[in-house]
Design a protein around this ligand. Structure first.
Ligand code: NAG
Ligand code: NAG
Ligand code: NAG
Ligand code: NAG
Length: 320
C-alpha cells in the first residue's frame, strides 16, 4: 500500500488565548500556521491572501492548526505549563511546534481526495468529555502515545497514561475524512464532516451518503516534554496521573483540536494529486530557521509560565 503523506511542520507562533470569533477563549490554546490568525476570522476571507508569513515548512500553507495546552498539577495544587518539543527531525522548531500530516488516500481502493476550500474550518473532540463513552465512538483516533523513545509509535491510549513516559507524551489527533461537499463550516464546526461508515480512513472505509466527498486525512502530532515531571514523588499520592489540559481535563478524554484551511490557490490539491511522500517537490518550502521568524504577539497577555494557582482564564479542573 502506498501512503501519500504530506508532512507539514508548524512551529508555534504564540500561545494565543482565544478562539476565533470569541473575544477571549474559555481556555488557553497554542496556534501554528499563518499569521492571519485573529480574534475574529471572517469565513469569507481567504486567509492565504491576508497572511504574510507562516510558521509551516511549506510556504503556501497559511492554514491555522491549534490545540489546547498541557499543564502539570503539583501536589500543592499549583499548575505549571508543560513545554513542547520538536518531533523527530524537527528538533530546532520554535516552541517545539506541531507536526501535521495530510494523507491523500487510504486503503487499497485508492480513493482520490478533494482538498479543502477557502473558509473551510473544522473542530474535532469535546473539551468537556471526561469518560470513554462520551468520546468513543463519536470521535475516533484521538489518542496519546507514551514515548519510550522519540520514535515510539505504538501503544496509543484514549486517556493520559498513568505511568511516566521516558521521553515525553505525544498527543495524536486524526480528523474526520468525509465532507458533505457543500458547507465549509457548520454551527458546531463538525456536522459538515463525518468519519467513514465502517472501518477507518486507513482501511479505506466508505464515506456516508450524507458526506460523500473524501477529504485528506489531517493528523496532528504534538510532543509534550513531560520529562521534568517524571519524578514520581511529584505525582498524586492516589496513583492517578498529574497532567491536565488547559480546558480543565485531567483524564485526557477532553482532547480537541481545530483547523482552518489556508493553502494558497490549488497548492494542496496539487500536492495530494502528486502523491507526495513526506517531502513534496511540487511545493515551495522554507527552512525551520525561516519559519521561526514568523511570530505573532499574544492577543491576551497572561502569565502562562510560572507556577499558577489556577489554570489560565481560571478554568476549573473538572472530573465529570
Ligand atoms: C485582528 O482583529 C482586530 C479586531 O477585529 C482588528 O482590529 C485587527 O486589525 C486584526 N488584525 C489583523 C492582523 O488582522
Ligand atoms: C508547589 O509545588 C511545586 C512543585 O513541587 C513547587 O515548585 C512550588 O514552589 C510549590 N508552590 C508553593 C506555593 O508551595
Ligand atoms: C485519481 O487521480 C489520478 C491522478 O489525478 C488519476 O489518474 C486516477 O484515475 C484517479 N483515480 C480515481 C479512482 O478517480
Ligand atoms: C492505570 O491505568 C490502567 C489502564 O487504564 C488501569 O488499569 C489502572 O488501574 C490505572 N492505575 C491507577 C493507579 O490508576
Amino acid at each position: 500500500m502506498q501512503w501519500a503523506l504530506l508532512v507539514v511542520l508548524g512551529l508555534i507562533a504564540p500561545n494565543v488565548n482565544f478562539n476565533p470569533g470569541v473575544p477571549q477563549s474559555p481556555h488557553l490554546h497554542q496556534v501554528v500556521g499563518g499569521n492571519a490568525f485573529n480574534v475574529t476570522m471572517d469565513p469569507n476571507t481567504d486567509i492565504s491572501t491576508t497572511a504574510d508569513c507562516t510558521t509551516c515548512t511549506f510556504t503556501e500553507d497559511f492554514s491555522n492548526y491549534w490545540t489546547a495546552v498541557l499543564y502539570f498539577k503539583a501536589r500543592n495544587g499549583t499548575f505549571k505549563g508543560v513545554p513542547q518539543k520538536g518531533n523527530v527531525g524537527f528538533e530546532t522548531a520554535n516552541g517545539g511546534g506541531q507536526t501535521v500530516y495530510y494523507t491523500a488516500y487510504g486503503g487499497s481502493n485508492k480513493v482520490n481526495v478533494t482538498a479543502f476550500k477557502p473558509g473551510f474550518r473544522m473542530l474535532v473532540g469535546d473539551p468537556f468529555a471526561r469518560t470513554k463513552d462520551v468520546v468513543s465512538p463519536k470521535f475516533r483516533q484521538l489518542t496519546y502515545t507514551c514515548l519510550k523513545t522519540a520514535s515510539t509509535r505504538t501503544g496509543e491510549t484514549l486517556y493520559f497514561p498513568n505511568t511516566t513516559c521516558a521521553v515525553g507524551l505525544m498527543s495524536n489527533v486524526r480528523f474526520p475524512t468525509c465532507w458533505d461537499g457543500i458547507n465549509t463550516d457548520s454551527a458546531d464546526h463538525m456536522s459538515h464532516v463525518a468519519y467513514p461508515t465502517s472501518g477507518t480512513f486507513e482501511s479505506g472505509g466508505p464515506c456516508p451518503s450524507s458526506h460523500p466527498v473524501h477529504i485528506p486525512q489531517l493528523f496532528y502530532e504534538t510532543v509534550w516534554d513531560t520529562t521534568k515531571f517524571n519524578d514520581k514523588s511529584l505525582w498524586p499520592t492516589d496513583g492517578s496521573q498529574p497532567f491536565v489540559w488547559s480546558n480543565g481535563d485531567p483524564t485526557g478524554y477532553g482532547i480537541h483540536a481545530d483547523y482552518v484551511f489556508g493553502w494558497k490557490g490549488d497548492s494542496l490539491q496539487r500536492a495530494m494529486n502528486a502523491n507526495c511522500d513526506v517531502s513534496c517537490p511540487t511545493l515551495k518550502t522554507q527552512t525551520i530557521a525561516q519559519a521561526n521568524k514568523c511570530v505573532k504577539s499574544m492577543n491576551v497577555i497572561e502569565d502562562i509560565d510560572s507556577w499558577l494557582t489556577s489554570l489560565p482564564v481560571n478554568m476549573p479542573v473538572t472530573y465529570s
